[in-house]
Design a protein around this ligand. Structure first.
Ligand code: ADP
Length: 267
């Protein structure tokens, strides 16, 4: 996938995409991919034409979360001889992940420029067609991929995912500040706090804020950006991701409504 670098950059495949929205976090493991996947599903269920790029080069989760671990996208030639990757469609969403092009058991020892070129190809060399939303699951932190994506493509906004622990919030602060730097200057659509509290099945009224309370809200207010909402720790969220059926697909689950509400705030 890194072999062909298009120069100068040809972004025609993005011409019919209305909104490119980044999902970002300061740290790994806070639920960024879970949120990106469930938001994409909630948008698609609402009738929006939705795509999802998994740009988390070092730990691509979308193949697992969509039950596509051994999927390989095919390609087609355009009339002018360009090869376009065909995104894989599942649950009404067009998906591409660097994980589709790598061996899931091998590490990807890419240097920054190679990784950046591979990610650019997921945008520029794919047959996205018309989309209302293209959600991008970024790697954690603030690195080459963030700079490449924010400087190469017209981004509508970024959603920041954090958990309530101080160690997560400290890194999220930097991740959020990056979008507000004058050289990047991308609107922050808001902060989502994941794993906010735990509710035992036998005590459904009780919320245990085991990692601390209101950290995400405080962060949003410090940076003067919206606080979009809390997502509790629920076993079915983890199981949905592991089994390739994200929880937002399940209309019976109250969590579907949580993601639908979050998607409504992002849209
Ligand atoms: P990141 O993309 O930030 O690295 P993931 O979305 O991969 O994080 O989530 C890390 C793990 O935590 C996954 O196994 C996921 O299913 C699980 N998880 C995420 N959010 C929740 C939640 N609210 N409740 C339970 N498990 C969750």
């Amino acid at each position: 996938i890194t072999s062909r670098v298009t120069k100068p950059m040809d972004t025609t495949q993005l011409n019919n995409i209305k909104n490119i929205i980044l999902v970002s976090s300061g740290k790994g493991g806070v639920g960024k991919s879970t949120v990106a996947s469930n938001l994409a599903i909630a948008l698609a269920k609402d009738g929006a034409k939705t795509g999802l790029i998994d740009a988390d080069i070092y730990g691509p989760s979308v193949p697992t979360m969509f039950g596509l671990v051994s999927a390989k996208p095919s390609a087609r030639e355009t009339a002018d001889g360009k090869t376009l990757i065909l995104p894989i469609e599942k649950y009404g969403i067009k998906l591409l992940s660097l994980g589709f092009f790598a061996d899931p058991d091998q590490p990807v020892p890419w240097r920054g420029p190679m990784a950046s070129n591979a990610v650019k190809q997921l945008f520029n060399d794919a047959d996205w067609g018309e989309l209302d939303y293209l959600i991008v699951d970024l790697p954690p932190g603030t690195g080459d991929i963030h700079i490449t994506i924010t400087q190469s493509f017209p981004i509508a906004g970024a959603v920041i995912v954090t958990t309530p622990q101080q160690v997560a919030l400290a890194d999220t602060r930097k991740g959020l500040a990056m979008f507000q730097m004058p050289s990047i200057n991308i609107p922050v659509l808001g902060v989502i706090e994941n794993m906010s509290y735990f509710t035992p099945a036998e005590l459904p009224e009780n919320k245990y804020y085991i990692f601390g309370k209101d950290g995400g809200k405080a962060l949003a207010s410090t940076f003067n950006v919206p606080f979009l909402g809390e997502i509790p720790i629920v076993q079915s969220i983890g199981e949905g991701g592991d089994s390739g059926t994200p929880i937002a697909l399940n209309a019976e689950s109250p969590l579907s409504a949580v993601f639908a509400e979050l998607a409504g705030k992002v849209a």
